[in-house]
Design a binder for this molecule. Structure first.
Ligand code: ATP
Length: 283
């Protein structure tokens, strides 16, 4: 029997770094939503007690460095599963891009193995395992527009954001989330208001949402990679309602409601950047 799970990418409609905690993590408030750009994972039982990871991207690790491997290993150990598993990842989400690719694959693995091995894990149990792998995993387990707090473990589901087009542009550079957080200077960053953003989404107020969207980490990543600002400006020039960096970057996304305008933005950034996706919000 083979099980298939879809693992959608996330975007940050907002990200505020509140302060640095004593455990060296940053206390965050974020609003995330998922988009219709997804990895596809398939799960096949193996008789031999091993974890085999295969993927269409040769550069992805297939051992314990892969989030999917880690999730499977924790589940096997915690619940004493002696059977083996082969997990095949069809990777469509750009890697190290601010789109939560590794976290959403981990969440899909928890869902997939929960089904395959009939473990009946609660959301709390899956969140607990997920937090050992990555701080965006709890959000990815819910996958619907949410307000997130703590270091990522507190997830309050909001209403689905107003449906719209999302244009994602990934410049040819990788950004390490860990390194960006190491460089956060609390006296230098701006603080978008995440509570107002969440209220606008609950009211399904699209223009109110645009007013409160923002990302503290732009203040760190953009000075290092000015192309991000150039992409943002270009998207605004071609009619985006807003253009913002997702997570720690470098992907920039634009929102707009009309398909014709979304196509204009896509044409405006093509040639400037190779990796461009035009997708819909999910829920
Ligand atoms: P976030 O938005 O949560 O910061 P990201 O989009 O910036 O995530 P990922 O795509 O998750 O970053 O990749 C970060 C690192 O994780 C890469 O160096 C990659 O090699 C590693 N990694 C491990 N497992 C996976 C996976 N299943 N998919 C993608 N990257 C993975």
């Amino acid at each position: 029997m083979e099980i298939i799970e879809k693992a959608p990418a996330k975007i940050n409609l907002g990200l505020d770094v509140l302060y640095k905690r004593e455990d060296n993590y940053h206390e965050l408030e974020m609003v995330m939503s998922s988009v219709d750009l997804a990895d596809h994972l398939s799960f096949e039982p193996l008789y031999e007690d091993q974890i085999v990871i295969e993927s269409n991207k040769a550069f992805l690790p297939s051992d314990q460095r892969n989030n999917v491997y880690q999730a499977a290993a924790i589940i096997k150990k915690r619940y004493g599963i002696a059977a083996g598993i082969k997990i095949t990842i069809k990777k469509n989400i750009p890697v190290a891009a601010g789109l939560g690719g590794g976290s959403t694959d981990c969440a899909a693995t928890l869902r997939g193995l929960n089904r395959l091995w009939k473990l009946e894990l609660s959301m709390e149990e899956m969140i607990d395992i997920g937090m050992h792998v990555g701080t965006d995993v709890p959000y990815c387990l819910y996958g619907t527009t949410s307000f997130i707090a703590g270091k990522g473990e507190i997830v309050n589901v909001l209403k689905p954001m107003s449906p719209c087009w999302v244009i994602l542009v990934k410049p040819q550079l990788s950004v390490s989330t860990r390194k960006i957080f190491q460089q956060v200077d609390m006296t230098q960053i701006t603080h978008p208001n995440m509570k107002e953003l969440a209220s606008a989404i609950l009211r399904q107020d699209y223009s109110g949402m645009l007013n409160y969207m923002g990302n503290s980490l732009e203040d760190i990543t953009i000075p290092k990679h000015p192309i991000i600002q150039q992409i943002k400006s270009r998207m605004m020039k071609f009619g985006a309602d807003i253009a913002l960096m997702s997570g720690s970057g470098p992907t920039v996304f634009a929102l707009c409601q009309k398909q014709s305008r979304a196509k204009r933005i896509v044409n405006g950034v093509k040639g400037f950047c190779d990796e461009v996706y035009m997708v819909r919000t999910l829920r």
